[in-house]
Design a protein around this ligand. Structure first.
Ligand SMILES: [Mn+2]
Length: 321
């Protein structure tokens, strides 16, 4: 594999000679994918016209405060020189953006998932706490000046993907980058309030509801809870309102593996898994066609939620046997 310096140089050269550039996050976007996409879009807008961020899914309310949010929209038909996918472990994560990615003359894939399958023409894949760290590196190498807007987006990307600088993916480099971003004069009180002190009552009620259905297994080492479409309806909540549940149940003292099942539709269940110290949850999720990181992974099981729960629990229990 090429080294990161060469890959970055190739990407910068390709960006330089491309006129129509479309940037995209993954479906069910999180802070890292949206923050990275907006940071890159704001930066490239300083040197080029017509930079767009493709709307591949609804933007969760948590991130609507981000600068550059108005750059997100539909792609008007026409020439597409370059598509840049951010934080996507595989091309299907682009959802409706996949067709455009395949149609574009060139495709750059920037991601920090170790399971990334290198679907781009240029693949900047490196182990880092967030895709936001890689985008920081790219913008720096392009010698585009950082401003508070870019820094706000990148800080959001990194803070959300490191669980507020708490997860084990947080490195000394993470803090160095955060330090550089703070130098730009970003308002962390405002960012943190928007990200972490802004929970709606609907989300709070869904949270309570999910905790009342909490189940423990393997002498308390495994915690599982499920969110059904009925629970969303009753609480007038959306899927994005499940944010925060899984890290809360992982916070139980005896828990090593936390698992949250979400009923996307009848016959389709999304599974999120987190671990604390020992278990590689990406391996478990891999068995169901998913992936992710050592301590945070996910997969989709095409089955009803009750049966999906049984399948995933059977798999988890083999580890604790
Ligand atoms: Mn990420």
């Amino acid at each position: 594999m090429d080294n990161i310096d060469d890959l970055m140089a190739d990407a910068i050269q390709l960006i330089g000679k491309s006129d129509n550039i479309l940037i995209a996050s993954h479906v069910q976007p999180d802070g890292d994918s949206i923050g990275s996409a907006l940071a890159l879009a704001i930066a490239l807008t300083k040197i080029k016209d017509g930079i767009r961020v493709l709307k591949v899914d609804d933007i969760p309310a948590d991130y609507k405060f981000l600068p550059g949010i108005e750059l997100i929209g539909e792609w008007q038909n026409g020439e597409l020189d370059l598509f840049i996918a951010l934080d996507c472990a595989d091309i299907d994560r682009l959802g409706p953006g996949k067709a455009l990615a395949l149609r574009a003359r060139h495709l750059i894939n920037i991601d920090h998932h170790i399971t990334n399958d290198n679907f781009g023409d240029i693949n900047i894949i490196a182990e880092s706490a967030a895709t936001g760290e890689l985008v920081y590196d790219l913008i720096k190498r392009m010698e585009i000046g950082f401003d508070t807007d870019i820094a706000t987006c990148l800080y959001t990307a990194i803070s959300t993907d490191t669980g507020r600088f708490m997860y084990s993916n947080t490195s000394h480099k993470t803090h160095l980058i955060a330090s550089e971003l703070l130098k730009m004069g970003i308002d962390i009180n405002s960012i943190n309030t928007n990200l972490y002190q802004n929970r709606s009552i609907e989300r709070t009620n869904l949270f309570l509801d999910s905790l009342s259905g909490l189940e423990m297994f393997a002498d308390g080492e495994v915690a599982v809870t499920a969110i059904t479409q009925d629970m969303l309806d009753i609480n007038n909540a959306k899927l994005e309102d499940t944010e925060g549940i899984i890290s809360f149940i992982r916070g139980i003292d005896t828990v090593e593996v936390a698992c949250l099942l979400k009923e996307i539709a009848r016959g389709e269940t999304k599974v999120s898994m987190r671990s604390k110290m020992r278990i590689d949850v990406s391996r478990i999720c891999n068995k169901f066609g998913g992936g992710g990181h050592l301590r945070a992974a996910g997969c989709t099981i095409y089955d009803d939620i009750d049966h999906a729960k049984k399948l995933i629990l059977d798999e988890i229990k083999t580890i604790f046997r």
